[in-house]
Design a binder for this molecule. Structure first.
Ligand code: URA
Length: 233
C-alpha cells in the first residue's frame, strides 16, 4: 500500500496532512527518510513519524452519538443517514454499521470495517448484550419484567431470548438484550400491551457511549475500548 494511505489509515490523517508530513521529512520507512507518498510499504515495514513508530491498524472503529431522524443505512432516498453525520476524514471505504438503530432511536452506533467483529456482535449465539434506556407509555409491572426474563413468544410465533429490565421510574428503565431483531424492543413491549415512546442505546458489550459526545458527534475508539470489543472475536 502507498505510504500516504498507510499514514491516513493509521493516524487518521488526511491525505494532504500525510503528504505534508512526508515532504517535511518527518516520516521514515525502515529508518530511511521517505521522499514520496507513493512509496509502497507492507505491514512489516518500520514506519515512524517524528521518530516514533507508527503501527499499522487494519481495522478502525468509530462511536457515534446518533440523534433522531437519521437512518442506519449506507444510502437512503428519503432520509439522512448516519454516514452524513461523519466528518470527511471518518468516511472510509467498507465502513458499516454494527447493529442498526431505528430512525427515531438515539444513542450509541458503532461503525467499523471489521466485518468479523460486526458479525459476531450480532450473532445470537455469542450472547452479546446491548443496553437501552427505554421510556414507555405505561408503567412496567413486575409480571412484565418476569415475562421479559422468561423470553417472549409473539402471536406470530416469533420468539425473543430472555431480556432484563431494571426500572428507575415506573415507565422507564434499562433493558439488556442479546439479540438485534427488527424493531425488537418496540415489538417486545407492544406484545405486553405497552408502547415505547423513547429509545436510547447506551452500550454494546461493555462499550458505553461517551457522554461527552453531543448528539451527532463521533470519535474513534480508544485502544482500551478496542481491546474490550475484540475479545468477542
Ligand atoms: N429495538 C427497537 O425496537 N429499535 C431499535 O432501534 C433498537 C432495538
Amino acid at each position: 500500500m502507498r505510504l500516504d494511505k498507510y499514514l491516513c489509515d493509521t493516524l487518521n490523517m488526511t491525505r494532504t496532512e500525510a503528504k505534508k508530513a512526508i515532504s517535511g521529512g518527518r516520516v521514515a520507512v525502515n529508518e530511511i527518510a521517505a521522499k514520496s507518498g507513493s512509496l509502497q510499504v507492507v505491514e512489516k515495514d518500520l514506519v515512524s513519524l517524528d521518530g516514533s513508530p507508527v503501527s499499522y491498524r487494519r481495522y478502525f472503529y468509530i462511536m457515534l452519538h446518533k440523534p433522531q431522524g437519521y437512518v442506519c443505512a449506507n444510502t437512503d432516498r428519503r432520509s439522512r443517514t448516519v454516514f452524513d453525520l461523519l466528518p470527511q476524514e471518518y468516511r472510509k471505504k467498507d465502513l458499516f454499521v454494527c447493529g442498526r438503530l431505528d430512525k427515531d432511536t438515539t444513542g450509541l452506533v458503532l461503525l467499523t470495517n471489521n466485518g468479523t467483529l460486526a458479525h459476531r456482535i450480532l450473532a445470537p449465539k455469542k450472547c452479546i448484550f446491548k443496553e437501552y434506556i427505554v421510556t414507555l407509555r405505561d408503567k412496567v409491572s413486575k409480571e412484565d419484567i418476569m415475562k421479559l426474563e422468561e423470553g417472549l413468544k409473539l402471536k406470530s410465533g416469533q420468539t425473543f431470548m430472555p431480556a432484563y429490565f431494571y426500572p428507575d421510574q415506573p415507565n422507564r428503565g434499562l433493558l439488556k438484550i442479546s439479540e438485534g431483531k427488527f424493531h425488537q424492543i418496540k415489538r417486545m413491549f407492544a406484545s405486553l400491551g405497552n408502547e415505547v415512546v423513547a429509545l436510547h442505546r447506551k452500550s454494546i458489550h461493555g462499550l458505553t457511549l461517551d457522554e461527552s459526545l453531543a448528539e451527532g458527534e463521533c470519535r474513534y475508539l480508544t485502544e482500551a475500548e478496542i481491546v474490550g470489543l475484540e475479545q468477542v472475536i
